[in-house]
Design a protein around this ligand. Structure first.
Ligand code: ZN
Length: 63
């Protein structure tokens, strides 16, 4: 048996800090969970923001 991940989230849905009516929420430990409606939109938003930050990619996408 392989060792289980050392990483454990403090919460998943337990201690919500902010919750929106659509179902998105942020937990007290800074974890965001988006509802299906906003998940794709947020992904695109985050990706475009990261591009603006000019972060260097470790793994280049292959065409
Ligand atoms: Zn939402």
């Amino acid at each position: 048996m392989t060792k289980k991940s050392d990483y454990n989230r403090l919460t998943v849905e337990g201690d919500m800090q902010t919750k929106w009516i659509c179902g998105c929420f942020e937990t007290v430990d800074g974890f965001f969970k988006f509802c299906p409606e906003h998940n794709e939109a947020m992904k695109h938003t985050i990706e475009s923001q990261i591009d603006k930050l000019d972060m260097t990619r470790v793994i280049e996408e292959k065409a």
